[in-house]
Design a protein around this ligand. Structure first.
Ligand SMILES: Cc1cc2nc3c(=O)[nH]c(=O)nc-3n(C[C@H](O)[C@H](O)[C@H](O)COP(=O)(O)OP(=O)(O)OC[C@H]3O[C@@H](n4cnc5c(N)ncnc54)[C@H](O)[C@@H]3O)c2cc1C
Length: 429
């Protein structure tokens, strides 16, 4: 059996490692020309679901590299006002377990780790354009450079704007949530460190600003300088599109930094200083998108994983974790088919029957957060003030009442995989 994966992102590469470990022939086709192209080093939070899937798929020594290249685990989850007043602070668990912990990883570092020892599997500079299904059940993928490749399975792991999905499930739509986000990245230096109080520097902080402007601040301090990791601060701000000039998502560099500064004109000078000192080349803006639910389809040799089938807002920070969960599950199913334990189409069908409901659930939960839709009352002039007061009060009360605090923290560390499936998978490896 030969598996072709379109897209060498988080989910595609985890699947490729898992299949390689199971002895299944696999090839990854990635549009970018090299392992470091086209990426910004923003923080991705890998939770117990993602950790477990990575542990399943990666060779043990590469999983160790992943753990070693993560940033220090945040010790506090803070709720701040735009004037840097702390309205709530939750102490997070200590990072003592490889799996049952929340890890902060730079997306570009994770990508480097995932490309390690995969030269025989990954082909760079391959822009997928279309596929054809052949009478013998195989699939042929065509690329922009005029080449093609044929295999028994085609996996769409090509992200939100998936070209495979556009051909395979043309009715599966991606909706604009009405929210624009700007992400900035600032080097952690003596000067920028001095701008942050200890609990902010050692934590991740959600900033509920007035006038419908929300922010998130993460500090990434690495334990080693492997893969050229340099400590940095991520400060992102977001609001409904109307709060930013038209075309903000196309802006880059100094122009974008200037837009972020104008959007945060009433924020504390220390926060604005971080934006001012940020690296213009690393700033980017996004219109936040979300998948619309799609009904099950007749199973074929083409399937999808990650953002290609369930793009979600960053509201809960579970997009990459869900892509990793898909990868572990699909690897388990395809490896079972390769061993002759079930027919290939049954294996793909079993994967899709499990993945579609949990994918749709994560998409819905990710939309159901303060401020993840442009229509949220938070962004309206009058209701905005009341909603802001309610949001700040919710976190303040939750942080002070032990039972509510525990429930909130348990939710952060919830494992969202099906233990039985992954445990069965590890037994058969
Ligand atoms: C600012 C931000 C913060 C986030 N924070 C978190 C977080 O804290 N936790 C979390 O779990 N998730 C987070 N996410 C979401 C997470 O990054 C994505 O859900 C995850 O990367 C999806 O993985 P994927 O493998 O499906 O797609 P991707 O990682 O996007 O990979 C898709 C790959 O396909 C390639 N590709 C695309 N088109 C083609 C083509 N035609 N031919 C060949 N290759 C192609 C791309 O180059 C890319 O390498 C965040 C996202 C953003 C934007």
């Amino acid at each position: 059996m030969h598996v072709m994966i379109i897209g060498g992102g988080t989910g595609g590469m985890a699947l490729a490692h898992g299949l390689k470990r199971s002895g299944v022939s696999v090839a990854v086709y990635e549009r970018y020309g090299s392992r470091s192209d086209g990426l910004y080093g923003y923080r991705v939070g890998i939770d117990p679901t993602g950790n477990r899937a990575l542990k399943e798929c990666l060779p043990p020594e590469l999983f160790e590299t992943f753990v070693a290249t993560c940033a220090r685990t945040p010790r506090h989850f803070n709720i701040l006002t735009q004037r840097l007043h702390t309205t709530a602070s939750f102490e997070m668990r200590n990072d003592t377990d490889d799996v049952d912990s929340e890890r902060s990883v730079s997306r570009s570092t994770l990508r480097q780790v995932l490309f390690t020892d995969m030269d025989d599997v990954v082909q760079f500079g391959k822009v997928f354009t279309r596929y054809e299904q052949n009478p013998d059940g195989t699939v042929t993928a065509f690329f922009a450079d005029g080449t093609s490749a044929t295999g028994d399975v085609l996996v769409a792991a090509d992200g939100t704007r998936s070209a495979v999905r556009r051909q395979f499930l043309p009715h599966a739509e991606i909706a604009d949530t009405g929210v624009t986000a700007i992400a900035t990245k600032t080097a952690l230096t003596a000067q920028t460190r001095a701008l942050l109080d200890d609990h902010v520097r050692n934590g991740l902080s959600l900033i509920f600003g007035t006038k419908g402007m929300i922010g998130m601040l993460h500090v990434m301090e690495f334990r080693s300088d492997a893969y050229n990791a340099r400590d940095f601060i991520n400060l992102s701000v977001w609001s409904s599109h109307e709060h930013f000039p038209a075309g903000t998502d196309k802006q880059r560099g100094a122009e974008l930094i200037d837009t972020a500064l104008r959007a945060t004109a009433n924020w504390h000078p220390k926060l604005r200083k971080l934006i001012e000192l940020s690296d213009p080349d690393a700033a980017f803006a996004l219109r936040i998108a979300t998948s619309t639910p799609v009904d099950p389809w007749p199973t074929t040799a083409i399937t999808l994983l990650g953002d290609a089938i369930h793009t979600m807002t960053p509201g809960q920070g579970v997009g990459a974790n869900t892509a990793l969960r898909d990868a572990a599950l699909l690897r388990h199913q395809l490896a079972a088919a390769a061993r002759g334990e079930k027919p290939l189409l049954k294996a793909i069908g079993d994967y899709e029957a499990e993945m579609l409901p949990y994918g749709a659930a994560r998409v819905a939960e990710s939309l159901d957060n303060n401020g993840t839709s442009g229509k949220d009352p938070l962004y309206k002039p009058v209701t905005g003030r009341l909603t802001l007061f309610a949001a700040r009060s919710f976190f303040s009360v939750t942080s002070k009442v032990p039972a509510l605090r525990k429930k909130f923290l348990d939710g952060l560390y919830a494992y969202r995989g099906t233990d039985e499936v992954l445990e069965a998978a590890s037994e058969t490896l």
